[in-house]
Design a protein around this ligand. Sequence first.
Ligand code: ZN
Length: 679
Amino acid sequence: MRIIRIQDVCRGIACILLSLLVSNGAFSAEAGPAEIDYDITVRIDPVARTIEGRSVITASTPEELTLMLGRRFETMHARVDAAPLGPSATTGRMRAWRISGGQPVPRRIVIHWRGEFSALDTSLDHPQTLGRDEPASSSAGTFLPDSSGWYPYIAGKLASYRMSIELPSGQRGIVPGRLVEESESDEGYRASFEFLSPTGGIDLMAGPYKVETSAMRGAGGKSIQLRTYFHPQIADLAPAYLNSVKNYIELYESWIGEYPFTEFSVVSSPTPTGFGMPTLTYLGIEVLRLPFIRSTSLGHEVLHNWWGNGVYPDYAHGNWSEGLTTFMADYAYKERESHDAAREMRRGWLRDFAALSPGQDAPLTTFTSRTHGASQIVGYNKAAMMFLMLRDLLGRETFDRALQAFWREQRFRIASWADLQRAFQAASGQDLHMFFDQWLTRAGAPVVRIAEAGRTRSDSGYRVTVTLEQAAPTYRLRVPVAIRTEGGEELHTLDLESDRQIFTFDMGARPLEVTLDPDLRLFRRLMPDEAPPILRQVMVDRTTTTVLLPEGGEARSAAETLAGKLQNRALKLVSVTDDLPPVPALVIGLQEQVDAWLARHQLPGRPDIIQGKGSAQAWTVRRADGAMLAVVSARDAASLHALIRPLPHYGRQSYVIFDGAKAIRRGAWPTRVQVVKLD
Ligand SMILES: [Zn+2]
């Protein structure tokens, strides 16, 4: 199963409007009381799928405002101070009312509304759940995403709120914020929450939850309530989750600063989703059951209470919070595990980036949220690696000090990459303009190679000359280079600033070879020889051609369906006998057909590691012309058919072996670093 995380400050229409206001400088979030405040009471019936609500909105700003509500809801009573609300305009699934400015403040908007939800479809996967943006409910669970407009809100404004939720007996409900009170009687369950700092939107969750509670004392001495809202079938997981959350809060309080809220809850979802919101995370039941979630995704979601939901990214200028959270959670856990585990993660990032085709990549300043694989490779991974390079440049102590200052100054404010740059400059005393500019505003990555390396005798021993080249546009880089000698290995960091530079080193022991960036600490586009081909390349590259070896029958239709699933676009077919054009190619067939075709085209045969294993195999080959080939080979038509669902999930691999629909072995061919032997 793929786990996807979304950090959810704002989405959809609300998010776009917010970005516009921010970019016009018309908006600044202060750490004090919000200009907009909601006081909301809702009664929800998850089985009848109905809601009835009443909201009192207090606006302490004289400017013109836009009030929004999902079109599927109906208003029964709506007034602005003493006057009725005017006519509404509809845009997409939302209805909007203009509330004219220039009136005495505070203004008071009172609305009663009601409506119906969609039925909760538990067969949806995470992207579908995300894409729906619909309020949905059933007795197994209710999810009302902010972007569905399930409550009336002022567009483009952060707001504080109080929310009182009424549910039938047996159900529990939660929204981000502090649980002020709750009660249960024969009439039902009632809970009140408050969120007094300005925040971007409200998601509501409910279900037949068993609630477990534990308390901890935060760094500043305040009490923090930890809770799990778990479905009964996973209630036994609660103690372990509560304990992990406590450990993460302690870790990040000592690393960054005080936890900004008074609670954190882990809430289970009947759909396989994964959201992070202030004070809680909403994860699928099946996701929560996975043994590694507590040591990976959970920490990532807890950290979003600092980056994303504690300091809000300025979406108009790029979302930095996913990269920083990936660096300080997912990547940091690998560093704690071992040097090799961290290197393996960096290798995966560079390998994925190398597999992007031209045009799939965009500057970090344009990243807002994860919408597809390519946006994660840039928005999460490239940004995380940028933070690694920055820490390598400044040193760990200065790097951490800058983040602590950034946290103190920007808590509950909207902050941009430029604010982060200022914090790192202030802590280090260095001008980091070039560093931030080149990594943020350019798409792509530097391409660096050892053009030449040589060794001569000198009076004191040996002299090594290394010529580095980089493709245009040139970056200012610190390039790690290792020189292995008879006496051991020396690591040098070379400042490469132009397209070609020569570096010389005097050494005592006899030098043997020079290696470029042996530890993969520099974000760059791996050279074709360095990056192992992975299956994703034929999936994403629009120039890919396809060869279907079976000529008819079930095998042919399975091959065709599989090719369509992998590429998700109209296939460019090449006939079995034609030569391959110099672009990525996908070939699918039965075992003997594949072997014969490979031999006829003088391509390497089946690699040893997969030879004779499983019922089907997929693997990649780098061809003599440099283009890559992905081969899918199956024992029979049924084995080929069995790949249709699972194979598209293995894009990061160079080879996969299947037994029926189950992948029994997989891996990536090794990365070959650039090495030049000296002689
Ligand atoms: Zn995230």
